[in-house]
Design a protein. Sequence first.
Length: 543
Amino acid sequence: MALQSPVRSLVMWFPDWPVTALARDGSAPLDPGRAIAVVERNLVVACSAAARAEGVRRDQRRRDAQARCSGLTVVAADAVRDQRAFAPIVSLIEERAPGVQLVRPGLCALRARGPARYYGGEAEAARMLIEVLRGAGIDEVRVGVADGPFTAEQAAKGGTSAGDPVFVVPAGGAAGFLAPLSVATLQASSSAGWDAGDLVGLLARLGVQTLGGFAVMDPDRVRERFGERGIRLHALAAGQDSQPVQPRTPPPELQREIAFEPPLEIADQVAFAMRLTADDFITGLGAVDLVCTELRVELVGDRGERSDRVWLHPGSFDAAAVVDRVRWQLAEDVGADGAGLGDGGLRSGVALVRISPESVDAASHHAPAIFGGGPEERVHHALSRVQAMLGHRGVLTPAIGGGRWLAERQVLVPWGDRHERDRHAKSADSLAAQRARPWPGSLPDPLPTTVFAEPVPVDVRALGGELIDVDERGSVSAVPAFLNENGRRRAIEAWAGPWPVVERGWDAARTRRAHRFQVVDADGGAWLLVCEGDTWTAEATYD
C-alpha cells in the first residue's frame, strides 16, 4: 500500500522543559538560573544552562553529575508537574493557531498550512508563536517546519539555536536534511511511534550509521526482516512521514470568574454575588462527570493586589461550600470581621473573583450510598453547617505537628482541611513539613497515648530517699527506685534513659536542657518523665 504524502508540520520544542516546569511551579518554584538537574532512575533527564556550563549532561549518572557540579540542585522527575506547567502553554498556542497535538510535555505539533496562510509564511508563523510565548515568560523555545512531524522535530532540535530559533526545511527536502543524521535519532524521537532500540542497534552492527544509509536499503528486505515497524521507520528515515498531526480536543473550561464594577467593599456582598457563579462552576464540573476536591480562589483588588489560596474539602465541593470558602478567604485575608477591608492582602475593593478546580475526582466516587450516607456523612454535614455559621476556624480537629515536646505537637486545624496536603501553607509551615524536620531529642514511635496539657509535678528517688538527678555528662546519680506523684508513692520496676533534649543552646536566655526517662511502676503503669535540673515532671503516660 502506498504511503500518503507528508503534510507540512510545525513542531515546537521547549528544551529542558522539566527545568522550566520547576521554575513555573506555583507551589515551590526554583530559580532557573541555578544549577539544576532533574533525575529519573538515577539518570539526568534534564538540566539547566548553569548546570550544563559545569559539565552536567543528559543521560549522565547522578553521582557523576554531582561530581561535575558541587552546588547542583537535584530534583526528582515529576510527569504530573511537567504536564501541569505545559497545559497553559498549549492553550496559549491554541489561541493563535488551533489544532495543537500534545506529543509530550515540552513538545507539541500542529499543521503548518493554516498558520502559514494566515501569518504570511511558515517562518513568519513560527516567529509569531515564539513572540507570543516570550510574552508569557517562555524564552527558550525552538520551532522546526518540515514535511511531517518527524522531520519537523529533528529540524527544531538539530537545526536551531538560541540566536536563530526557527528552521524551515523546504518542501521535498526532508530526505536530504535527514540523510546525515544518526540512526539513533529514530530511537530518541517522540514521533517515531515505535521502540526502535533493537533496530538501531542492529543497523549499527551492520555498519549503517546514518538515516540516509538506512533510507537507501531495499524496502522489501526491510519489511521481510522487521515487518511493519521496520517499514514505518524506513519511511521516516527517507523523509516520508505519513503520520498526520492529530490535534487534541481542548478540555472544557472549568474555571469561572466574576468581575465587579464598581468594586465591592463588603465581604457579604461579594459572597452573595458569587452564588450564581458557584452554581455554574459546579454545573460545569458535573457536565463532565467530575467533582472538585481542592478549590483555588483568587481575589483581585481594584488596585491590582491579589489574594490566592487553595481550599481543601473532606469530600467534594458543592455551590454552598464554594461560596463559604470565598467568604472565609475574604474574612481571613481582607478583614477579620468580614464587614469590610482590613489589613490583609487586599487594600482596596474586590474587583474580580476567580474560582478554579485545583484537584478533581470522578463524580461516581462521591455518589451517595444506595442505603443512605451513614453516621460519618451525617457528622460531616452537621459539622459543615456549624462551620458555615461560625467561620472557617469555628470547628477544629486535632492533628500532629512537629516538635520535641509532646504537648507542642498537638495542633488544631479547621474542620475539612486535609492538613497533610495543605498547599496554602508554606512548605516550611505545613504540618507534614514540620514533622519531617530532624527534631533531635524528639520521642520516636510508639508515642504515649495520654499527654498532659501541663506537666505534672513528680519526683524520683533512690532507695535511700535521695532525689535522683542527671549531671552534665548524662550520668544518673543513683538507680531510680520510687516515683512520687500527687502524694502517692509508686515503686519503679523498670526504667530506661536518660535521653537528652537540648533546645536553643546558642541562646543563653532561652536555652532549655532536660532529660527524658521511661519508667514502669509496680502497678504496670508506664510513664514518660522529664528531669530538668533538679525538677521532675510527668510529660505523658502509656495507657
